[in-house]
Design a protein around this ligand. Sequence first.
Ligand code: BTN
Length: 328
Amino acid sequence: MVLFMNNNEEIIKLLKKKEDFISGAEIANTLKITRTAVWKRINFLRNTGYIIDASTRKGYKLLKSPDLSIEEIKSAILGQSNIIGKDIIFFDTIESTNTYAMKLADTGCPEGTVIIADAQTGGKGRLGRKWLSPHGKNLYMSVVLKPAIPPKDASLLTLMSAVACASAIKQVSSLHVSIKWPNDIMTCNKKLGGILTEIKADMDRIFHAVIGIGININLDINDIPDEIRTTATSIKIEQDIAAFSRSIVTAEIIKELDRWYSIFLQNRRKAIIKEWLKLSSTIGRVVKVTVGANTFTGIAETIDEEGMLILRLSDNTTKKISAGDVTI
Ligand code: BTN
């Protein structure tokens, strides 16, 4: 289902700004639409989960916003994102937003198109793993990008996305958020989220890349299976509050992605690597890296321009690692 309704985001902004009742005439004048159009849009918003009080004398008052909706996300990013999130496609349930986004990009869609689902039945993680994707709890989002770069530079897109996600979560919560190589979003030594980048490319250039972002927002401890309970967490668990607005977290991630993608397009690689290193919880520490059946122990010295981890081994040689699992 694709929803794009003009003025809905502006109405939400006006309702939120006012806090009290705002008259239909004031909304109509501000948005230069008729009062009947205002009424129709208020009804549309009610159907998408907004609870809005209406009084013939006083007008409209927003009582409650839905936890995750296109309108809520769009009203929070209004005018603050250039490429990412102009088109947002929302599914109640889908197999995987990444799989859908890769197919959509094949048939042609604007750069920056965002796919969001409330649940995934086949959520994909890194290294062929499954991604826990229950209904109504988390963010499952994929973004289609079309940068004119060779495939070897795709890992920089992942680093950039990890920086954007970590910065966004820091802004909307009071958590200490870090990045564990290559792209795990961490808090309190547990995984809050991850990024899965998929590309379609030939030898020389990328046709499109899909950045898949999964962030555990309102998972309760009981939603986390036993086998990952000591290693996974959510913003809600760590922040210890009733619930987080998933739309606000999503909007902040879209804004940060848009900002960091413009830095990427200006070819300012160093700025991305520098910020990644600043947010990293891996670099400078003794780590164990599992690559398939092999395990390497050493000091995580830095990452190179392609995002490879440089590990200093006990014999003082260095090893470049392109993919693996880090234990600190
Ligand atoms: C990881 O293993 O750390 C990466 C997890 C990426 C999960 C997200 S959820 C949205 C998108 N769709 C998927 O199937 N996977 C990614």
